[in-house]
Ligand binder design. Sequence first.
Ligand code: PLP
Length: 428
Amino acid sequence: MNTAAHLPGHPHIARKDGVLHVEGQPLPVLARQYGTPLFVYSRQWMLDALAAYQRGFEGRDAMVCYAIKANSSLGVLRVFAEAGCGFDIVSGGELARVLAAGADPVKVIFSGVGKTRGEMRQALAAGIGCFNVESEAEIDVLNEVALEEGRVASISVRINPNVDPKTHPYISTGLKGNKFGIAHDRAVAIYQHAASLKGLKVVGIDCHIGSQITDASPYLEALERVLDLVEAIEKTGVALHHLDFGGGLGIDYNGDTPPAADALWHQLLARLDARGFGQRRLIVEPGRSLVGNAGVCVTEVLFTKPGEDKNFCIVDAAMNDLPRPAMYQAFHQIVPLAPERAEPPAVTYDVVGPVCESGDWIGRDRALKVQSGDLLAVLSAGAYCMAMASNYNTRGRAPEVLVSGERATLIRRRETIDDQLLSERLAD
Ligand code: PLP
């Protein structure tokens, strides 16, 4: 009998006869073919996540710009480019990536607090849609660079609305003490200054208050503050063509219940309509909510190690592959690939990697029935995992497979030691 049971909160991950599948692909087969650790992504999950935004904006003038910092692999970018998305980038490297994936440059916006002159020139030459500028100093430098290049840079100013997004402090970005955006009370003067500069064209306003936000209220609060500012700025004669509310919507890692993108935007659009801004062009920059639960990381149990205080399950994935737990004590569910069996009995383990840091843990206090050679899936690994992966301990970065129904495509091969040594030289 062939039975399929979807994992709660993961509609494209299911057990079929007990074996974990991503869409139509059994994960043990992919692990055998490509080795572990291995990232596997569901294309359909990404498209469904995007469709929730598109439903939310139906009938509106809106653009979804995928924030590629969440997962910048070319194969993933191509999925969003083909679906008509724009892109939110934060470096010249990310610009090169989106162009290589087939992005329309006009649909690219460039965020980030520290753009270099070289990156500004690169983006002007590519003809990107908008620079989201984050300081008075950046406004003046971008103006200079644009004039030198004989171009006009379209800009939006990122406002720091001083709203608490109620998330981890490392991923809160819209509070007074954060380095992002310009202070609310400086905004009108800064817009007037920017509008007077010949190398710049003011086109919008933006904010991004944080990441893994699971509640609509911080968005509603930020929206009111941004709209207050839009009214004040436009009173001075500076017109704002678009309003960009950033990204930040959370996903379900461990029973989290963020609003669906369409439900969130239903609420936000009601406020925009009520204040007379419902027909303004809207931009959003979601990252995590478009890819986070599309991905799993498959890892093999190397050893189990009983200890006096703790038992350890040592796996072949590590903090260089899955940095979120080490960086912000983040939670990933960890489940076996194979059907549950009677032996060995469940033991409570800290699931840890081979990297030489006590911070190298992937999950704490997990009850698992495992032995050497077993395969585990670390769930919700589509966002801020591969994009943050490093070569720490001279570990090659893991391969990535994109699954679409029955089809599996290797979109990144495993990094070899030759790849790592290629850019290095011995001193003379
Ligand atoms: N936009 C900006 C400016 C960001 O800094 C980020 C991430 O921090 C995002 C969008 C994407 O956020 P998320 O992945 O939480 O949607």
